[in-house]
Design a protein around this ligand. Structure first.
Ligand code: MN
Length: 291
């Protein structure tokens, strides 16, 4: 197994607000070298680093908006997110939970701080990752996978080093519960101080990590602090993470779709004609209705 080199360590950009509830650092596609083509099949990653929101009677968030052509994956690390959609689905993403929403042919939804969290205020930390869909599935029916923390695959590391929680794909023999439309591995490494975990994915997969908490060393040489993103090269399959402090690291690896990308705001398709169609369908109410 050849070691995968570190291509670049990307510090968090200045945060911006999505709606009034999500204070995020965008890594994909605006981070240096993290454009959609390089990160294929990952087309967007917004990271809300830990931030205290004071109590509010009116839940902060993002009002009704559409999506078509991809999946949105929301991981709550701190705080709680409530969502509602035009198909009548709703739910709460609690600490440690993951929501894997397949927007596919189109959905309207809204995403807010959960009411009780909003009223009491508190620390909020989350990731939203967009995974592109292969052309043949872009117009398939929308669906949800609400994955609670206890459903995630749990691989216990030896000698009390911690665990790897698998959301999608595989770590060693542990499978994650999320079903995907192309090969995607997504997992949280929860490492105790001094722990070391090894990861291996096909070399050509777009592979990266985000340090959610703590401080790690990658491949026994590069120190990476919290809120920093590491993009790996495609020159090898394996890398290692050493926890210099108790750490949580989000690891992502996906097989590139290698299809043309036409992206405009909440629509990610293969051609400009399909984007125009999405706007047209949206105007005509074909995404349904949500107050
Ligand atoms: Mn959304």
């Amino acid at each position: 197994m050849a070691e995968r080199s570190i291509e670049i360590v990307v510090p968090p950009r200045e945060p911006h607000y999505v709606g009034d509830g999500f204070r995020v650092h965008n890594f994909i596609p605006s981070g240096y070298r993290l454009d959609m083509e390089r990160m294929d099949p990952f087309i967007m990653l917004d990271y809300g680093s830990p931030h205290y929101f004071p109590p509010s009677d009116k839940p902060r968030g993002v009002s009704v908006h559409p999506h078509r052509g991809f999946e949105t994956v929301t991981i709550a690390y701190k705080g709680r997110v409530a969502h509602h959609d035009s198909a009548g689905n709703s739910g709460v993403i609690r600490e440690g939970d993951v929501q894997w929403m397949t927007a596919a042919s189109g959905i309207l939804h809204k995403e807010y701080h959960e009411e009780e969290f909003s009223r009491s205020g508190g620390d909020f930390q989350m990731v939203q990752l967009w995974v592109n869909l292969p052309a043949e599935f872009k117009m398939s029916p929308p669906k949800y996978q609400a994955l609670s923390h206890h459903q995630l695959g749990k691989h216990i590391l030896s000698e009390g080093q911690g665990m790897v929680e698998v959301i999608a794909g595989k770590y060693e023999e542990t499978q994650g519960p999320a079903t995907t439309f192309s090969p995607v591995h997504l997992m949280n490494a929860r490492l105790n101080q001094g722990a070391e975990a090894d990861f291996s994915f096909p070399a050509w997969f777009a592979t990266a990590l985000l340090v959610i908490e703590g401080k790690v060393q990658v491949n026994e040489k590069e120190e990476v602090p919290a809120n920093h993103f590491v993009l790996f090269g495609t020159d090898g399959d394996s890398f290692s993470i050493q926890a210099l402090e108790p750490s949580v690291v989000l690891v992502l690896s996906g097989q590139p779709l290698e299809e043309p990308i036409a992206a405009h705001g909440p629509f990610v398709m293969n051609t400009r004609e399909e984007i125009a169609q999405a706007f047209d369908d949206f105007r005509k109410g074909k995404f349904g209705y949500l107050e």
